[in-house]
Design a binder for this molecule. Sequence first.
Ligand code: CMP
Length: 138
Amino acid sequence: MERTFAIIKPDAVAARHTGRIIQRIEEAGFQIRAMRMRHLSKAEAEGFYAVHRERPFFPSLTTFMSSGPSVVMALEAPDAIRKWRTLMGATDPAKADAGTLRKEFGRSIENNATHGSDAPETAAFELGYFFPGIDLIG
Ligand code: CMP
């Protein structure tokens, strides 16, 4: 079993897609091990995306991610990191495969509906960032 960290981003929550995205997560075979709704502060978004701080889109990304509530989750499945990234699809919804969450619910490369960890190290950081003190890393 592996755990990964997922976000339903503010664009998808505002568009009332939360329920449908959670249904897709469960139908894909993930166990949701932790979940909460959070309206991130700008500073929290900056800390979360610190790895991107030199990128030109960093100010806009962190403003967007603090623009409204998100749903943050710990997902568990065999090969969860890869499996969740496959279900999300490419970062840019325009390039995402048919049937993926970003193709269906994303509006732009920034407003792309969902986030997922890209490696075990980032999953450990991201799970700990939002679920501190919870022993999620198996
Ligand atoms: P996410 O998977 O959350 O990881 C970093 C985020 O930065 C990404 O999804 C997008 O929302 C955003 N992002 C990545 N590349 C760009 C880009 N070229 N322009 C704007 N936003 C981007």
